[in-house]
Design a binder for this molecule. Structure first.
Ligand SMILES: [Zn+2]
Length: 367
């Protein structure tokens, strides 16, 4: 996620903090300070918030553990003011799996709450729900309620909260992924509107949450649409078929010449009909800076790169393109180079597809 800083890692999962989280910390410090006028209270407020985020990390690790059970790894966890986000390598396709992964987070909070409740019952500590002083109240009671609130908040049926995914998982048992996502996103946006409206008259923090939920829902719906469209086609339908190749013995000057004369930035390097390398724009620039334009392609090309087959599903390659630093992937058919796949290609394909779908839905309304 943009605007995030890495603070460490647990079980090989990177933990990041989003800059808005620091806004929350300063907001809490200001609120505590203005309510009580003591620096000590402001610091305690921050301490409590940091402890709260430790609980959120545990919640996210709940998702990560459930995902791992279905052999899906977690790339990283980002802490935001409204909680955390565990970025899974992919969303489980099976609705039941998505349901279990989504429930696992709030389940951690419920288990923690039960555990705290047991300790409090044994120790005879009252569950003072109306404790007005979060700082000086009993720390166990505070964390008990924190976990209950976290579980409750995350179960709100709106993306990007777990409740949104749980709702999609439940809908997904009866309908396809795209329709389930659309309905779940609409429910989420309706809730976001309600939050925003209530926030106008009560707590402005609710408006911030409403914005998060609104954009989370539309992002989720768009992504589902893209994946659905791409899942219906293979690479061979959207790859570039007209392109230039270079030979390892060509000079960088030739690459410059072709780049200027065409729209192509990245070149497959072919020797005896075999794909041996890729000359990406970054390689070309680096080569020019270090060795000049008379250097050979062979000296500067990338030798380890991702290759896809023309019969591969477009959807899988789309995810692959998101996770590699290059914008072009060479496409082969039984080992022979037949095309290039670029991000622009996919964007164009989606643009035309959307235009055609709109025409269909418009003629549906006209008739
Ligand atoms: Zn969660």
């Amino acid at each position: 996620m943009k605007w995030s800083w890495r603070i460490g890692s647990i079980f090989g999962i990177q933990i990041y903090v989003h800059f808005t989280f620091f806004l929350l910390l300063s907001w809490i410090a200001v609120v505590y300070y203005s309510e009580r006028g003591s620096l000590e209270d402001a610091l305690l407020g921050i301490f409590f918030t940091l402890a709260l985020f430790f609980v959120i990390v545990l919640h996210e690790l709940g998702h990560a553990t459930a995902a791992r059970f279905f052999k899906i790894s977690t790339k990283d966890i980002t802490l935001l003011p409204i909680g955390g986000v565990a970025r899974l390598e992919k969303i489980p396709e099976d609705p039941i799996q998505e349901l279990i992964v989504a429930i696992a987070g709030p389940a951690v909070n419920i288990i923690l709450a039960l555990f705290l409740y047991l300790i409090m019952v044994i120790a005879g500590i009252p569950l003072d729900a109306k404790q007005p002083d979060m700082i000086h109240g009993n720390i166990l009671a505070q964390f008990f309620w924190t976990n209950i609130i976290l579980a409750g908040f995350n179960l709100i049926p709106a993306f990007p909260m777990d409740g949104g995914r749980i709702l999609r998982g439940l809908l997904g048992i009866k309908m396809d992924f795209l329709h389930a996502t659309r309905i779940a996103a609409s429910v989420g946006q309706t809730i976001a509107l309600a939050f925003g409206f209530i926030g106008l008259f009560t707590n402005p923090f609710l408006i911030l949450i409403a914005l998060f939920v609104w954009f989370g829902a539309s992002q989720e719906a768009n992504l589902a649409q893209v994946k659905f469209t791409l899942s219906k086609t293979t690479i061979s339908h959207l790859m570039l078929r007209e392109f230039h190749v270079l030979s390892p013995t060509d000079t960088l000057a030739k690459a410059i010449e072709i780049t200027l004369a065409t729209q192509q930035h990245d070149f497959p390097v072919v020797e005896n009909n075999k794909l041996v390398g890729m000359l990406y724009r970054a390689d070309l620039l680096m080569g020019l800076m270090q060795k000049g334009q008379d250097a050979l392609v062979d000296e500067v090309m990338t030798r380890e790169f991702v290759v896809v087959e023309s019969s591969d599903k477009a959807e899988e390659v789309f995810s692959k393109l998101q996770s590699i630093p290059y914008a072009t992937i060479p496409v082969t058919e039984k080992g022979e180079l037949v095309g290039l796949l670029t991000k622009e290609n996919i964007a164009e394909f989606l643009m035309f597809h959307t235009a055609m779908t709109e025409r269909k839905s418009r003629s549906f309304f006209e008739t």
